[in-house]
Design a protein around this ligand. Structure first.
Ligand SMILES: Nc1ncnc2c1ncn2[C@@H]1O[C@H](COP(=O)(O)OP(=O)(O)OP(=O)(O)O)[C@@H](O)[C@H]1O
Ligand SMILES: [Mg+2]
Length: 146
């Protein structure tokens, strides 16, 4: 597990951008963390690292936003997904393997996550500008990412 302490939104975006630099293009990145944890900020940095400069926001109503960069990125928000039928209806299963899948509110689909997905838990601290990132599944790249 990689642990990274971000001290600012810029730290978070740069961290995510470094993660983007080692992706192969078919990963599932499952993010866990409360409202305002920084899931969208992380996704924005990840997208920037893949050459996608704007338009990244929480796809709360759309459920999935698609971006096109070095790889396709499918950015899901599972906040409103409460069943496997709901998940099926988003097209989630059809997107697997076709690009980088980045998921907000993975808590809601945890039983459906692939065992080898990258898991990122984001925790707030008592410092408003600080976030703790715990990343599972990227240990081989720790030198580049941290
Ligand atoms: N170190 C940090 N990293 C990321 N965001 C931070 C940090 N410190 C403060 N913030 C603030 O936290 C908020 C993170 O918002 P963001 O939309 O990324 O959260 P989210 O997890 O996607 O929330 P939601 O569940 O509502 O979609 C922003 O207002 C940002 O400025
Ligand atoms: Mg969000």
């Amino acid at each position: 597990m990689i642990k990274y302490i971000s001290k600012s939104i810029k730290n978070t975006e740069d961290f995510a951008s470094r993660i983007a630099s080692v992706l192969k293009g078919n990963e599932i990145i499952a993010m866990f963390g409360d409202l305002g944890a920084g899931k969208t900020a992380f996704t924005r940095g990840l997208c920037r690292g893949l050459g996608i400069e704007d338009g990244v926001s929480s796809p709360t109503f759309a459920i999935v936003n698609a971006y096109s960069g070095k790889y396709p990125v499918y950015h899901f928000d599972m906040y409103r997904i409460t069943s496997i039928d709901d998940l099926f209806a988003t097209g989630y299963y059809d997107y697997l393997g076709t690009g980088v899948i980045v998921i907000e509110w993975s808590e809601n689909i945890e039983s459906e996550l692939e065992p080898d997905c990258i898991r990122i838990k984001i925790t707030k601290t008592d410092d408003d500008n600080e976030r703790i990132f715990e990343v599972e599944g990227m240990d081989d790249y720790a030198d580049i990412i941290c």
